[in-house]
Design a protein around this ligand. Structure first.
Ligand code: GUN
Length: 322
């Protein structure tokens, strides 16, 4: 985050952003009006970034296909959770739209775990399949860890296999979990320099919170991992330059918890009683304080599937020796 510089963007007035310290040295009248004008966050548009990246993937897919390695992803869905069904459909369609091969394999919720493990073993040995994803959560009778470990680490495009988690923890990632990978791309898009920044991650899941924290650590940030039960969450968030909310609670993070000028990333997707989608961040109040913010929908969501495509293409490129 660079303070005290004019921001230039399409359709925006050139505004000057001030850090809390600079605000103490606020410009004298008649320029003090700039201060309030700075309180509107810039949006990091995940939908647009996802589209740009997906277009750029097409050439890599065709180059692989020309060498007989068209990237292929299999998505396994167990049960009929409506949200999971939507995610899985979007993953398969996302692949097909850029010329990749993709198929969905579905099982009844009551299926024996051994049947799914046998299918994973078959896919591990299939040279036309470069990525295997088992949609989570699995039904209660499944041992999730056992299923994720059964996927060959070279085809684990989710980045959930212990080998890939270990490589990420060591700062030498092979497959980065898709949602935090997408968030890192959004930081890049927003020209957010993470080195030396205070970052707070709210949420400690294996899918988002933990890998997000590791990526931020690897990028040189000072990282605090909070959760929904953290005592005095505001104490942590209000001194953070970066807040990543992945806690699964609608509008959990409010503007009074945010440091002026901070970057606020909303990973949440919650359905309100009126049917509308909202994130873990109260967008209206946070956008008045933050320097940059991601919307829901149209923020992190489209980036998750985009990075799944990226990981699958990468898997195919490695296999092809590219
Ligand atoms: N369920 C929710 N998010 C994810 C994800 O990123 N990968 C898988 N496999 N399941 C999920």
């Amino acid at each position: 985050m660079r303070f005290g510089v004019a921001k230039r963007g399409p359709g925006r007035r050139n505004l000057v952003k001030y850090s809390p310290i600079q605000r103490e040295r606020r410009p004298p009248f008649p320029f003090s009006f700039l201060l309030d004008a700075t309180m509107t966050a810039q949006i990091i548009d995940g939908k647009a970034l996802a589209e740009t990246l997906r277009q750029s993937f097409k050439a890599r897919v065709e180059a692989l296909a020309a060498k007989g390695h068209r990237p292929g992803l299999v998505v396994i869905l167990v049960g009929a959770d409506p949200a999971s069904e939507v995610y899985v459909r979007n993953k398969v369609n996302g692949c097909l739209a850029i010329g990749m091969h993709s198929e969905k394999i579905t099982y009844d919720a009551s299926v024996d775990q051994a049947v799914v493990l046998a299918k994973i073993a078959e896919l591990n040995a299939d040279p036309n399949i470069h990525g295997i994803l088992v949609q989570l959560p699995l039904p209660k009778h499944f041992d999730e860890e056992k299923v994720l470990e059964a996927i060959s680490a070279e085809k684990d495009v989710d980045g959930f296999h212990a080998e890939n988690v270990g490589a990420l923890a060591q700062g030498n990632p092979r497959f980065i979990p898709c949602t935090p990978y997408g968030v890192m791309k959004m930081f890049e898009q927003g020209k957010v320099d993470l080195n030396g920044q205070e970052a707070v991650v709210i949420g400690r899941s294996n899918i988002v919170g933990k890998p997000m924290a590791l990526l931020l650590i690897n990028a040189g940030a000072t990282v605090t991992v909070c959760n929904s039960r953290t005592r005095d969450l505001k104490f942590h968030t209000s001194r953070a330059d970066i807040v990543v909310a992945a806690v699964g609670k609608p509008k959990f993070v409010t503007g009074d918890m945010i440091k002026p000028g901070a970057v606020v990333i909303d990973v949440g997707i919650n359905r309100l009683p009126d049917g509308k989608l909202c994130g873990d961040v109260d967008f209206a109040s946070c956008a008045e304080v933050a320097g940059q913010i991601t919307p829901v929908p149209g923020g992190v969501g489209p980036m998750t599937i985009t990075m799944l495509l990226a990981n699958t293409i990468e898997a195919a490129e490695r296999k092809a020796g590219l």
